[in-house]
Design a protein around this ligand. Structure first.
Ligand code: HEC
Length: 149
């Protein structure tokens, strides 16, 4: 589904660029289209589909959003600002006794290398690439689509 959205976005980028090359005096792309394209291309401001795509790395094990439930892992709704292990989920002792508060700094470290920050955690995940961590934290603060479906 997300892939389809990205493919469609890619196709319309091609159309916009072709159109602006072909006819200078009757532009096919509106300025709104161009702004959307620029926003999509700018690394600092990923479009909403990118936020959702980033969460695919977590979605095997986590739900987020209204109505999210614990699955393989705990629900992550509202996680930024919460103390560790505060949802209805059978956490490992390692996680329960880690004493962490999930804020941007602790999440940044944990998502880069979960096993280093919480040794003995049951979260089997090697860590996110550096460039995905900022968008991920933005997504966790403000999930743009409910993945609890
Ligand atoms: C293979 C399954 C799996 C994947 C993939 C995974 N997690 Fe987890 N996650 C878990 C489990 C299981 C726990 C609970 C670990 C424990 O109790 O030791 C957990 C715990 C967490 C916690 C602590 C939650 C709390 O309530 O204190 C956060 C935050 C978290 N995961 C974020 C993420 C993010 C963000 C991703 C994607 C980048 C991700 N996880 C990917 C399984 C996973």
């Amino acid at each position: 589904m997300t892939l389809a959205v990205l493919l469609v976005a890619g196709a319309s980028l091609a159309v916009i660029f072709d159109g602006s090359r072909a006819a200078d005096d009757s532009p096919v792309a509106t300025s709104t289209d161009r702004e959307a394209v620029q926003a999509a291309a700018k690394p600092g401001s990923p479009p909403q589909e990118t936020f959702a795509r980033v969460f695919e790395a977590c979605a095997h094990c986590h739900q987020i959003g209204d109505g999210a439930r614990a699955t393989n892992g705990p629900a992550l709704t509202g996680i930024v600002g919460k103390p560790v292990a505060s949802t209805d989920y059978p956490y490992s002792a390692a996680m329960r006794t880690s004493g962490l508060i999930w804020n941007e700094a602790t999440l940044r470290d944990f998502l880069a290398d979960p096993a280093e920050i919480v040794p003995g955690s049951r979260m089997r995940f090697d860590g996110l690439p550096e460039g995905d961590i900022g968008p991920m934290i933005e997504f966790l603060k403000n999930p743009v689509s409910d993945t609890s479906g």
